[in-house]
Write a protein that binds this ligand. Sequence first.
Ligand code: UDP
Length: 368
Amino acid sequence: MARELAEAGVPSLVIDKESFIGGMCHSRRDEETGVDMHVFGPHIFNTNSEKAWEYVQRFDRFYPWVNRVKASNHKGVFSFPINLHTINQLFDKTLTPAEARRLIEDQRDKSITNPRNAEEKLLSMVGREIYEVFFKGYTIKQWGVSPAEMPADILKRIPVRFNYDDNYYNSRYQGLPMSGYSQWLTNMLNHPLISVQLSSAYEHSMRDEFEYVFYAGPLDAYFNYAEGDLSYRTVRFEVTRGVFEQQGCACVNHSDLSVPYTRSHEHNYFSPWETHEKSVLVREFSSECSRGEPEFYPKRMARDMEVFRRYMPLVEQEEKLSFIGRLGCYRYLDMQQCVLMSLDYAGRWLSWYKNGKKDYLPKMPCEF
Ligand code: UDP
């Protein structure tokens, strides 16, 4: 938002309560190993939008990097997301694509035509066996509730492929900024009309000090929880430094409930253009988020959406402030969605501003 406003001649001050910019995209070079770490978990920029892809590359060179994940569980180590290799591994077969299609057709629950939750969606797509081996335990660990209680959209677009394509994403463009995410964001903010002030929390008095505010913190915290708490998941990271290679690939998803962490990442693999003697392996532990802890994932359960709707009239009453980002909008947004939404919303905001602030401006960049 700041960059788009600056390029249109509108100055801004970016403040962050942390001592670094970029929120959960923050990356930092590890002192002991020299490895550039995605401090709040892996971020792999991927998009189908040429506009988003071109935009992000204005601020750094992106290395074409494809996320290839393994799923590890009591049955073995599998290719993931579900593809022909996974199916052949799990059922100990050598099926062709057509044969695998028939097998999944036999496995899947065809009686579910309109899945109401994540469990029904998976049962209708892949059937009980694949659901239980790869998704059930992982989802319980990740979200703290049964997939039957979670909305189907937490799965985003879970691919089921009948070829050997093991790219984690379906996106046309995918890559990593070669100078690291923090430098990429520093370059984005490097403009004479943008100032940055770190270790400064938002305060309501700023609405009077500034002509307009874009707030990217949690929606419920902004209103001092007046309409109730929204639920989030937080993540704790356990770091192990050792010799390269500790794990043998960038990302492993641990599907079993008996393993307490959801994923492990060996960060060296996120910068294959560098070499380091030592490596950093990070395990992710997901838990319910209490007030004041870092909010990683909005849960958006039915109860949350009721609370969320109660905040809407308060949101609309804000005259000089908009809510943006994953926490401001209480929505499970990816980097590319944030980029596209901000480009679009900055455009809408600028026309509203230049038109004398007369027309109606939605107070969030996305609809619900
Ligand atoms: N998921 C799963 N098993 C996996 C990977 C993902 O059950 O091995 C489910 C889980 O519910 C997770 C969702 O799919 O929350 C989305 O996964 P993704 O890896 O896209 O999530 P993110 O990278 O945003 O944490």
